[in-house]
Design a protein around this ligand. Structure first.
Ligand code: A2P
Length: 330
């Protein structure tokens, strides 16, 4: 199978970032995971997206330490994204603690892109406190997000992070930070797929030079067990991968439905992090740079938007977190 060269974009920070990376949410099975990381490297993936909350960073760290020691790749060949969990965002010191933990787990001396995983600021209890938390622990201070951002800016100054950004924030929260930011918000990572295309958020980000990164670009095959945390729900009817119109279009291009949906995001300038642990699909998902969707097909895919969010963080909505982001349209 061929190795794909993934093109890059330049972020507001001035750093380069691959347009497509490997998502690792919910990938924890060790043997399978090491295999899929090696397959991803063989296929051409150079960006790996993880998070403190995924509880798999240490495995990524162990794997890449060996890769770098073997000389197969240099540190600068690979782009790592990680995310600070919301219960470290109540003070600058806790943000810094979380980033130090990420560096230690990933066995790196700098992180390429560090995001706030979500705006659900909570009081710190312990490194391993679950994200859903307790309403008593919710931080009700609107300045908390700004203060936490200042800690990320300091870490850029210290050389520990190259670019900084946000995830699962709404436009009001982004603006609140942007108004006081000393360093650019390089990226926003949010749910983005055929049935939830984020058109308004995309336009908003473009007007602020923030690069949109789409998670669950294939629709994530439903909630994957995340329902217990109230994070994700299923689609009301079929999932994007089962969409009959996409299947018909895919046959015309001699591609799979997944490749059509991934190519669509690439062509509309949304960075993507598809996730798979299956060899064939790992190769397939990165193989989206040798064809182009016609303007008519782009327009047809654009019309398929159902504005149907599945990652709704329902548990935090129910507990009335003051920073619950999805009551706003975008
Ligand atoms: P698998 O690991 O068995 O390939 P998302 O990236 O939107 O979160 O979606 C990930 C889910 O989609 C995983 O369950 C993954 O399963 C599945 N998947 C990944 N790539 C493909 C593909 N090319 N075709 C069909 N399903 C896919």
């Amino acid at each position: 199978m061929k190795m794909i060269v993934v093109p890059e974009v330049e972020l507001a920070s001035g750093e380069k970032m691959p347009r497509l990376g490997m998502g690792t949410y919910k990938v924890v099975d060790e043997e399978n995971f090491n295999n899929s990381l090696q397959l991803a490297l063989d296929a051409g993936y150079r960006h790996f997206d993880t998070a403190f909350a995924y509880v798999n960073q240490h495995k990524i760290g162990e794997f890449f330490e060996k890769v770098f020691q073997s000389g197969q790749f240099k540190r600068s060949d690979i782009f790592f994204t990680t995310k600070v969990r919301a219960n470290f965002m109540d003070s600058k010191d806790h943000v810094k603690n979380c980033v130090e933990l990420c560096l230690k787990e990933l066995r790196l001396d700098y992180i390429d892109l560090c995001l706030f995983h979500s705006p659900f600021v909570m009081e710190y209890v312990s490194d391993h406190q679950e994200i859903v938390g307790d309403p008593i622990l919710f931080v009700h201070d609107k300045q908390a997000l700004v203060r936490a951002w200042q800690a990320l800016e300091d870490l850029v100054d210290e050389g520990k992070i190259r670019s900084i950004g946000l995830s699962n924030f709404n436009s009001e929260q982004i603006t609140r930070i942007n108004n006081e930011a000393r360093k650019p918000i390089s990226c926003l990572q949010v749910e983005c797929h055929l049935y939830f295309q984020q058109k308004k958020m995309k336009a908003f980000c473009e007007s602020h030079n923030i690069q949109l990164i789409g998670y669950a670009p294939l629709g994530s095959q439903g909630p994957l067990g995340a329902t217990s945390l109230g994070i994700a729900t299923s689609f009301s009817s079929n999932a994007p991968l089962q969409d009959e119109n996409v299947k018909i279009m895919a046959e015309r291009y001699k591609k799979t439905s997944a490749q059509i949906m991934l190519r669509y995001q690439i062509q509309r300038n949304v960075l993507i992090i598809p996730r798979s642990t299956n060899k064939q699909r790992i190769f397939q998902n990165v193989d989206v740079f040798d064809f182009e969707l016609t303007p008519d097909d782009m327009a047809e895919l654009e019309r398929m938007d159902k504005i149907e969010r599945i990652f709704r963080a329902g548990g935090l909505k129910k507990k009335n977190h003051p920073e619950y982001p999805y009551d706003l349209e975008f």
